[in-house]
Design a binder for this molecule. Structure first.
Ligand SMILES: NC(=O)c1ccc[n+]([C@@H]2O[C@H](COP(=O)([O-])OP(=O)(O)OC[C@H]3O[C@@H](n4cnc5c(N)ncnc54)[C@H](O)[C@@H]3O)[C@@H](O)[C@H]2O)c1
Length: 356
């Protein structure tokens, strides 16, 4: 008889962009056509924003990217100063990244499983499926519960998601140090941890729409009528807008689309609302499978965003591709070009902490 162990055997292994020099490949793609040429231009624009000493870079993550093996691409970008702030969905940061930071893994589902015919069996075994990957739901509940404990330990007040995610970074940092001291428990590489250590602020505008939501609901229920920890998404918007005002020139690397794309683009308009004139995002690259025909935000072109006063049109590029293919090439190209080696460490979290 099958058990959860039957299915949860082969972990998803995170791709390491430092291991493959894709520069010649991407440059060759730039001399071809269609999406390959678009991708090469996007990679060149991303490298250009990294090389621009006056440009702050915001990475935007939607979709299920961490579970798909892209986590190390993003931790590497944080470590190598290729990104100064991140706006992401809770799925990426909490259910998938913090989850792996706790030492859990995502698993490869054999091809037969992605047809869906085994989903009832998976349900009985407490296994959740994201297309061709699998998750142990009991481990996911540990993730929910850990978020609740972190909330329980904080003084009750309204926090930006950025502040709460920093507390999650502190939790992983302390956990890893304790594990190191006892030379026992294995801990996982994590964007939340790397960002905390490098003072890269993380924003999650829909923070409760993920595992964190379950933890916060449990926290509120346990507190009854006593004061609670809550998440203030307007505070997030205010903080990211203040970073835009501080940085002036900015570039966006957006993956998927969704809430993170709009939230990061809108800070130009929000600064205007505060009476501060800031430049539009000077550079913008987006990788998505969404298309333009439904009028939705995710597929809307960056040229269209210029009509809203959000993105400049000189250095923008849409790449219509699934992210697991395009992102390692774009990020790998920029990593191997090495412009990040001369880039300043902006440590934007400190700026927000000092303003409090
Ligand atoms: N995605 C999940 O499995 C999951 C799990 C838990 C919670 N959530 C929550 O649901 C909300 C919406 O999240 P979302 O980002 O998954 O959905 P979304 O549908 O809003 O995704 C945004 C856009 O990104 C595009 N996209 C997604 N994956 C892509 C890929 N691999 N390559 C290229 N383009 C891609 C989609 O086509 C869509 O247009 C968030 O608040 C998130 O935290 C999602």
């Amino acid at each position: 008889m099958n058990t959860a162990k039957t299915y949860l055997t082969k972990p998803v292994e995170h791709l390491d962009i430092t291991q493959f020099n894709v520069v010649p490949l991407v440059e060759s793609m730039g001399r071809t056509a269609y999406t390959a040429r678009d991708l090469a231009r996007a990679a060149e624009i991303f490298d250009r924003m990294i090389a621009d000493p006056d440009c702050g870079i915001v990475l935007c993550l939607a979709g299920s990217l961490v579970s798909a093996g892209l986590k190390r691409v993003f931790t590497e970008m944080v470590r190598c100063r290729m990104v100064d702030a991140i706006v992401a969905t809770g799925a990426n940061l909490v259910d998938q990244d913090f989850f792996e930071g706790l030492g859990f893994r995502h698993y490869i589902a054999e091809s037969a499983l992605k047809t869906g015919v085994h989903d009832a069996e998976l349900r009985n075994l407490n296994i959740d499926r994201i297309y061709d990957t699998l998750i142990d739901e009991e481990q996911l509940r540990v993730c929910d519960e850990t978020v609740r404990k972190i909330a329980d330990d904080l003084p009750p007040r309204a926090y930006s998601s950025r502040e709460f995610l920093a507390a999650m970074g502190v939790f992983l940092d302390q956990r890893e140090k304790a594990a190191g001291e006892s030379a026992g428990e294995s801990t996982g590489e994590s964007i939340v941890l790397e960002a905390y250590r490098n003072d890269v602020p993380l924003f999650c505008p829909a923070f409760s729409d993920c595992s964190a939501g379950f933890g916060l609901v449990a926290h509120r229920a346990a507190r009854g009528s006593s004061p609670v920890v809550s998440i203030d998404s307007a505070k997030d918007f205010d903080e990211l807008t203040r970073l835009k005002i501080h940085l002036g020139e900015t570039g966006l690397f957006m993956i998927g689309g969704g809430v993170p794309k709009n939230f990061a683009q809108d800070i130009v308009v929000a600064a205007d609302t505060l009476g501060v004139e800031v430049p539009m995002h000077k550079y913008a690259v987006q990788v998505t499978v969404a298309d333009v025909r439904d009028g939705g935000l995710s597929g809307s072109t960056l040229v269209e965003a210029s009509s809203w006063g959000k993105v400049d049109t000189l250095y923008e590029q849409m790449v219509f591709s699934e992210a697991t293919l395009a992102v390692p090439l774009i990020a790998g190209y920029a990593w191997h070009k090495g412009s990040w080696r001369n880039r300043a460490h902006r440590r934007l979290s400190r700026i927000l902490e000092n303003e409090r």
